[in-house]
Design a protein around this ligand. Structure first.
Ligand SMILES: NC(=O)c1ccc[n+]([C@@H]2O[C@H](COP(=O)([O-])OP(=O)(O)OC[C@H]3O[C@@H](n4cnc5c(N)ncnc54)[C@H](O)[C@@H]3O)[C@@H](O)[C@H]2O)c1
Length: 274
């Protein structure tokens, strides 16, 4: 008999940053639907939302598109009110969006850029989590999945400063919320990706004229699997963490990073060693 361990039938998932742009949120939204969930597809990209909704409906699942900038408390409140109207419950929240300012050294960073980065990448996650938790408490449970980054666990340099600080905050938010609500049946976990070949990564990192072609080689030295990752590789870990298979898993920061965080800077996966 086939296992139902990873079955999400009957669950309602809210996925922020789920516009169909080839990113991690898009892959996870479709992946959750492939495993049975109905999905509230949220993003600031109207066309992207429309396309993801169509993809999910084509799978025979229910989907609703909700435009929402997660840095706006009013928009987040309205988005969850819309989810109440459409679906009547929230079983799963996946927080995905991020903001990244122009890359400068920390001593050159403007306060405005700092605030804008944290408003989306950290405060936005809190605002969505708070709305979801209020509903999950009333329902008697649920789960939250935050998309963090290896940048929240170890320093990357290269102008990552405010982004990395926000991601470190996401890590601690994950653990604090997990502990606060474990007794009420709400699980909170995070996935920490290494470099993923999404269109925005290709544009913002590989396409940055200040980085030479050597950057990819440098990144690969830090990834024992010896390749950059694909957005679809986040579906399995996300489905696991959002499903009954992970019923005892909360407060976990799961690296999905090809081994990056396991590797000590003095280690090497490339032989012979120069
Ligand atoms: N791509 C990578 O290499 C990589 C590495 C580590 C971590 N991550 C993390 O993974 C997540 C997804 O990254 P990605 O590369 O797939 O990004 P992406 O840019 O492809 O997707 C992010 C989505 O969020 C939406 N968005 C942006 N600002 C928003 C806002 N204020 N409110 C609502 N939606 C908004 C965008 O329209 C987009 O659809 C991010 O949290 C990122 O930090 C990515």
């Amino acid at each position: 008999m086939a296992t139902t361990l990873f079955d999400l039938s009957g669950k309602v998932a809210v996925v922020t940053g789920a516009g169909a742009n080839g990113g991690i949120g898009h892959a996870i939204a479709v992946g959750l639907a492939q495993h049975g969930a109905d999905v509230a597809v949220s993003d600031i990209d109207e066309e992207g939302v429309r396309m993801t909704v169509a993809e999910i409906e084509a799978l025979g699942r229910r989907a609703d598109g909700i435009l929402c900038d997660i840095s706006s408390p009013q928009q987040v409140e309205a988005a969850f009110a819309a989810v109440d109207q459409s679906f009547g419950r929230v079983d799963i929240l996946v927080n995905v969006p991020y903001a990244f300012p122009s890359r400068v050294h920390p001593d050159e960073l403007t306060l405005d850029a700092w605030h804008k980065t944290l408003a989306v990448s950290l405060t936005g996650y809190f605002l969505c989590a708070q709305q979801a938790i209020r509903r999950m408490l009333a329902q008697g449970g649920g789960c939250i999945l935050n998309i963090g980054s290896i940048a929240g666990a170890s320093a990357l340099g290269r102008g990552n400063f405010p982004y990395s600080v926000a991601k470190a905050g996401v890590n601690q938010m994950t653990k604090e919320l997990a502990v606060e609500y474990a007794g009420q049946g709400i699980r909170v976990n995070a996935i920490l990706p290494a470099q993923v070949l999404t269109p925005s990564f290709k544009r913002a990192v590989l396409g940055d004229p200040r980085f030479s072609e050597k950057l990819t080689q440098r990144l690969l030295v830090g990834i024992p699997l010896n390749r950059l990752l694909e957005p679809e590789e986040f579906v399995g870990p996300a489905v696991f963490l959002c499903s009954g298979a992970a019923g005892a898993v909360t407060g976990v920061l799961l690296p999905v990073d090809g081994g990056n965080l396991a590797l000590n800077a003095g280690g090497n996966h490339i032989w012979p060693v120069d």
